[in-house]
Design a protein around this ligand. Structure first.
Ligand SMILES: Cc1cc2nc3c(=O)[nH]c(=O)nc-3n(C[C@H](O)[C@H](O)[C@H](O)COP(=O)(O)OP(=O)(O)OC[C@H]3O[C@@H](n4cnc5c(N)ncnc54)[C@H](O)[C@@H]3O)c2cc1C
Length: 381
């Protein structure tokens, strides 16, 4: 008898999982993807949107395309999951599942920092990045802040990339901008190791960006755009670009599913949760590494996890032993401006510590990121 696999979220993890399943299972098995968005947004390109290298329309595609590939896409908010009844509650219907894959990403909470939403631009949302771009076009000089509000956040290199792209953008326009990067972290991309952190600090400093670690934003006076930090620093900025606090999508708030830090708990290799036939991938999950730090939240991780999950669900349905597992590897381009990019690549499950390297920036790697963007749209939408 045909099975129904329901995938919650049509982001990086959900799209990959649905495609791999569709390839492996015949049409007697139904693959359903639910997402409240009508469009998939390629999030790495938000950085290019910020500095005018893309327009908003270029970095998104309608999810309705999935229908043509034999994947049943439902545009709805997921309201509740009843794990006992194996049922997902949507706005106007309920959906039974045989297998469930949770790929709802992380929710964003700028409202947690008083005054922030009215004073700054959320780099992690398409409207925020696009409004920042419009303001940057009018900017005549002064101070710009790139602020990380809290950890963990997805794509740990992204704020550093944003600051370097901004520096390159103003160099080209010959406008004097003082760019500050303020973060509660002691160092960038800490899980990758000190050698990667140190090189990223030197890369941003070489581009004239002031790095201010251990700066926890407290609130913003929206009438003056003065930002207050918990260490007493106060500073006024012409433009504020921020990475908001992240959290678990509220629909997943079920103690039987969660780690003590409030993310979805999974087996680090098979991505199985503690609930039978329920898997989770991507930013909603938390995997603590042997070094005691969490596995970074990244699209590359979500993708590899989703492939392992899809392989194993298909094997299970086809009566074969499940053999796939996520091995801890990840790869991420690091845009450094002036048409160049570096590449962070390695294995986060290596023991005793992650084995991760940063390849030096080159034009070749920047082109690699462009190809990466194109291949996403070509393969998945
Ligand atoms: C600026 C930026 C740059 C980045 N650069 C890179 C990079 O270079 N390399 C890299 O590997 N990663 C990068 N990332 C991170 C990457 O995009 C994410 O880690 C990845 O998308 C996570 O995949 P996911 O499937 O877990 O979640 P997402 O891709 O965020 O998808 C979650 C989906 O769930 C949906 N959803 C959530 N709640 C509900 C609900 N209740 N009902 C219905 N639908 C819901 C959302 O609409 C969304 O479509 C970047 C991210 C940003 C913001």
């Amino acid at each position: 008898m045909g099975k129904r696999i329901v995938i919650l979220g049509a982001g990086s993890g959900g799209l990959v999982c649905s495609h791999v399943l569709r390839k492996k299972l015949n049409s007697s098995h139904e693959i359903v993807v639910v997402d409240r968005q009508t469009h998939f947004i390629f999030q790495p390109s938000l950085l290019w949107l910020l500095v005018g290298m893309r327009r908003a329309a270029h970095i998104q595609r309608p999810l309705s395309f999935l229908q043509k590939k034999g994947i049943n896409y439902i545009n709805s908010e997921v309201r509740h999951v009843d794990f006992d009844q194996k049922e997902v509650h949507l706005i106007s219907t309920k959906l039974k599942y045989d297998y469930l894959v949770i790929s709802l990403g992380a929710s964003l909470h700028p409202e947690k920092i008083p005054g922030l939403r009215d004073s700054g631009h959320n780099l992690y949302e398409i409207n925020g990045a696009d409004n920042a771009r419009k303001n940057l076009e009018l900017f005549k000089g002064g101070k710009i802040a790139v602020i990380v509000c809290a950890t963990p956040y997805k794509c740990p290199p992204a704020p550093y990339e944003a600051s370097m792209l901004l520096s390159s953008y103003f160099n080209k326009k010959k406008i004097r901008a003082e760019i500050e990067l303020l973060t509660p972290e002691p160092a960038p991309v800490g899980t990758a190791g000190a050698h990667v952190s140190e090189r990223i600090v030197s890369l941003i400093q070489e581009r004239g960006v002031s790095f201010m670690p251990k700066h926890q934003i407290s609130f913003v006076d929206s009438s003056t755009r003065e930002v207050s930090f918990s260490n007493g620093k106060k500073s006024r900025y012409e433009i504020i670009v921020y990475i908001p606090p992240h959290g678990l999508p509220s629909v997943l708030n079920n103690p039987s599913l969660l780690t003590k830090n409030g993310w979805v708990k999974t087996n680090s290799r098979t991505m199985e949760t503690d609930i039978e036939n329920v898997y989770a991938v991507g930013d909603a999950t938390e995997i603590i590494l042997p070094v005691g730090k969490p596995l970074p939240k990244a699209g590359a991780v979500a993708k590899l996890e989703a492939i392992a999950v899809a392989d194993n669900i298909a094997s299970n349905i086809l009566g074969k032993p499940p053999k796939s597992s996520y091995d801890g590897s990840s790869v991420c381009f690091v845009e450094t401006g002036e048409g160049r990019a570096g590449l962070i690549k390695g294995n986060f499950y290596a023991e005793p510590a992650p084995k991760v390297k940063l390849k030096e920036p080159s034009m070749f790697l920047h082109w690699g990121k462009i190809l990466f963007e194109r291949s996403w749209f070509y393969k998945y939408l």
